[in-house]
Design a binder for this molecule. Structure first.
Ligand code: ADP
Ligand code: MG
Ligand code: MG
Ligand code: MG
Length: 418
């Protein structure tokens, strides 16, 4: 087959097709006849292979021209691989060591060859198992602050920022998925929606009649689509984080887009709050996961506090873009002006972050893409009990995001919910 025509890899064809790939051969050993290939993609969209040779192993990730979960009747462009590659290179520069090392990229084959993370596991799986990872709060808070600050007009030369804005603006189809699945479909009877039924039927109906919630979801959709502040990861949930006790890595930024600073952090915190509510469904005796629950709320607070601290530190030391220039403040002996602006900027990020967290929780229970935290609770009435508390918190965050003073208050609300 012509080298430039896309062809999906398989475990059988991969060794011969990549036998001449110098980057892969260097990493894992050149004798392709002895490579072992295992397909491990558990995501909804792409093929992921672990390829092991005599010297080592690597990951080969390939996009397909459709959504893997649904099949060919839902086409999705191969170029998402191009956006994933470009997002990974920017994240690697902005927070070194936090994303897998990229070994090779082929746009025609929509293929990224990257470092194989081992013995890392997917954070979501670890949290379902009740495992406490000591470093993730700080690592993820730093990652969010560094990537989001350094990809924005606060930091980048305006020419570079505008060029990147143009590059990622073409990731239309993946933004379209978020625009529909997160902000609109959960709020009406969209065809692919599902929820735990009949247990949640009346609550779901109530939420779909909730005018304030629907208006707020659309305001957030407007911020998502129009507020091109920074390069967001775009899919930063606990299934996009791989961990060991002392390492945290972020993977899978194919949804990368220029959007609001609060989006990634909101999605991330939502997934910790959902994990919190799901714990009850995984305990074999009431109270067994009390410490795990406390850990999850602590970690959400650590992520947010670390984000704020690091964002503030970067504001003071790396604010070299076109906004709030030092020439207006520090250079004129007015450091307080810059601090006043920082408070206002962080407050706006906070309120948007809460809104995005709220709609992320709602869509994971009302929409198409559910998460394993709840889905692995086999007993449906137990699952529904966890989900219904999460739905109430999600609604509260989305609608009251301008009136929630701090994450301490959210902790109290979460602990009180029935
Ligand atoms: P998708 O875009 O289809 O969701 P992901 O990039 O999330 O694909 O990868 C799917 C799965 O493959 C992950 O959940 C993880 O188990 C595994 N995986 C992906 N990248 C790596 C990596 N660099 N090292 C180890 N495992 C990986
Ligand atoms: Mg994924
Ligand atoms: Mg680090
Ligand atoms: Mg993905």
């Amino acid at each position: 087959m012509d080298k430039y025509v896309f062809e999906a890899l398989s475990a059988e064809t991969l060794p011969l097709r990549l036998s001449g790939n110098a980057a892969l051969c260097d990493r894992i050993g050149g004798e392709h006849g002895r490579w072992q290939v295992k397909e491990v993609g558990d995501g909804n969209l792409n093929l992921v292979f672990i390829v092991t040779g005599e010297k080592g192993a690597a990951i080969v990730k390939q996009a397909l021209p459709y959504v893997r979960l649904v099949g060919e009747r839902w086409p999705l462009p191969l170029k998402r691989s191009y956006f994933e590659y470009h997002a990974l290179t920017r994240q690697a520069a902005r927070d070194p060591g936090m994303v897998p090392e990229i070994l090779f990229f082929d746009a025609e084959q929509a293929m990224i060859i990257m470092e194989y993370l081992t013995p890392h596991v997917i954070l979501r799986r670890a949290l379902i198992a009740g495992r406490k990872l000591p470093k993730i709060g700080r690592d993820l808070g730093l990652f969010a602050a560094r990537t989001l600050f350094r990809g924005s007009d606060l930091s980048m030369p305006t020419r570079d920022k505008k060029a990147d804005l143009a590059l990622f603006a073409d990731n239309v189809e993946l933004c379209d998925i978020t625009e529909n699945l997160v902000f609109s479909d959960p709020y009406f009877e969209a065809e692919m929606n599902r929820h735990t039924t009949p247990h949640l039927d009346s609550l779901v109906e109530e939420l779909r009649r909730d005018r304030d919630l629907k208006v707020e979801a659309q305001r957030l959709k407007h911020i998502f689509s129009a507020k091109a502040e920074t390069l967001c990861h775009g899919d930063l949930h606990t299934g996009s984080v791989m961990v060991t006790d002392d390492e945290t890595r972020v993977i899978d930024p194919e949804f990368a887009f220029y959007g609001p600073i609060g989006f990634d952090v909101g999605m991330l915190l939502a997934n910790f709050w959902m994990s919190y509510f799901s714990q009850e469904g995984h305990e074999s005796a009431a109270g067994e996961r009390d410490q795990m629950r406390a850990y999850l709320l602590d970690t959400a607070e650590t992520i947010w506090q670390t984000f704020c601290d690091e964002f503030s530190a970067l504001w003071r030391s790396e604010r070299k873009g076109i906004l709030y220039q030092a020439s207006l403040f520090e250079d004129r002996d007015d450091p307080f002006g810059a601090e006043q602006a920082l408070t206002i900027v962080l407050d706006e990020i906070y309120r948007e972050m809460l809104g995005f967290a709220g709609v992320e929780i709602l869509r994971r229970i009302l929409g198409l893409a559910h998460n394993a935290d709840f889905e692995t609770i086999a007993d449906l009435s137990r699952r529904a009990k966890c989900e219904s508390k999460a739905l109430k918190l999600g609604r509260h965050l989305a609608v009251n995001r301008d009136r929630i003073a701090s994450l301490r208050d959210i902790r109290a609300t979460a602990e009180r919910l029935q």
